[in-house]
Design a binder for this molecule. Structure first.
Ligand SMILES: [Mg+2]
Length: 91
């Protein structure tokens, strides 16, 4: 998520209010709801649960202090997958 400063501040307020352990469990719960929505839900269900998961992931990255590391790993994983696709095309 490309966070605006205002959104980041609000998410940090929520994260600090509930704390690391509560929000860790909440992300687990929301991931389950997204799984169910993707399996059997409507498009509206999927949209809502994607939003819930993204909101929780953004909080967890800051609560665990791993935002920069996650961004780096995302870059590596995208580049690796692009290389794999290029390799598949040469088979
Ligand atoms: Mg939900």
């Amino acid at each position: 998520m490309n966070l605006t400063r205002e959104r980041r501040l609000k998410l940090n307020k929520i994260a600090e209010h509930y704390g690391k352990e509560h929000q860790r469990l909440k992300l687990i719960e929301e991931l389950g709801e997204l799984t169910s929505a993707l399996a059997t839900g409507t498009e509206g269900d999927v949209i809502g649960e994607l939003a819930d998961v993204e909101v929780m992931m953004e909080q967890i990255k800051d609560l665990f202090g791993v935002r920069t590391k996650v961004e780096g790993v995302i870059t590596l994983k995208i580049e690796r997958q692009i290389r794999r696709i290029a390799y598949e095309r040469t088979d």
